[in-house]
Design a protein around this ligand. Sequence first.
Ligand code: SF4
Length: 374
Amino acid sequence: MSFIEILDGLSLTKSPLVCRFEGLIAPKSDSELEAMAQASRALTIQNFGRTMRLFAPLYLSNECINNCSYCGFSRDNPILRVTLSVHEVMAEAQHLLQSGFRQILLVAGEHPKFISRDYLAECVRALTPDFPSIAIEVGPMETEDYIPIVDAGAEGLVVYQETYNRGVYAELHTAGPKRDFNWRLDCPERGYGAGFRRIGIGALFGLWRWQEEAVALAAHLEYLLKRCWQAQISVSLPRLRPAAGGFRPLFSMTDRELAQLVCALRITFPQVGIVLSTRERASLRDALASLGVTMMSAGSHTEPGGYTRQGTEHLHQTVRGRIVAPDFQDGEDELAAGQFEISDARSPEEVANVLRRRGLEPVWKDWDQILSGV
Ligand code: SF4
């Protein structure tokens, strides 16, 4: 059975594992939540040791042909845009290399003209000598288009469904190929078919009731763990942040609920990686680090060229998708727009030091391409 069929029947039929997960995310007393936290902590140490993988996003481009109501890169937002050249990508990457990172996530909007298969493969090929772990988070592609990117050296694919509610999805994705819900839902399997060995999925919390979103996410995890059994599967739990366009979350998810979700996922899926980004504030990230999270970004910029001011000479502005000359006001920062606001602005070094103080070993590299040939 495909995951499309499983998702569409989820209100009527849930697997025993997903039912158990649903029980774990139901309202809990303080003592019940504490018991979950202890179980989650123990399972995380058992399966991942006292470690935290650190990675950085490297934004290649903020061009996009989609309109997603919640995203700063939406086609209709009148923002400064740029696609970095491979040379500029390398300059950004050198900054991350000097900060200690060996694992990077290449991120871009969806725009086949600027962010093509060949461009992505070229970026990956240029970065492979310095970065043993490269993942991509770009618009969904066909399996055959992923293959050259995998062959160039990428080993991870990240694609969030954003929301698993078809009605909400249709309302929020108003233009562009992303409107096709099923095309996106099938993307992790297409990537696995192309040879990606790390697959990351997630939902954007704030678009729908978090409990229902989480149940669908758990069902997706269960499905992918069976279907893509040779890949390491990870899950991200981003909550909506302010972005260009001014979208505000439709549903709330408190810090306590986020912590409960991390614990419920860890107890249900002991070997799945849980990713936490700099969208969350420092104190909450520090608390969740010992609870079940296994991978964190640090020192992130969400604007292309944001680390070293690359690409400023070929910035352009778009108005409803049309390119116009940028109109800089006096004193305005001439930098491409970011996707959303960062909440934890600490440097990678600061984050690593806090992790050490909490008894966790920051891992900058735990994978080498040479291992995939063994
Ligand atoms: S969420 Fe992705 S596809 Fe949607 S506007 Fe932002 S960059 Fe484009």
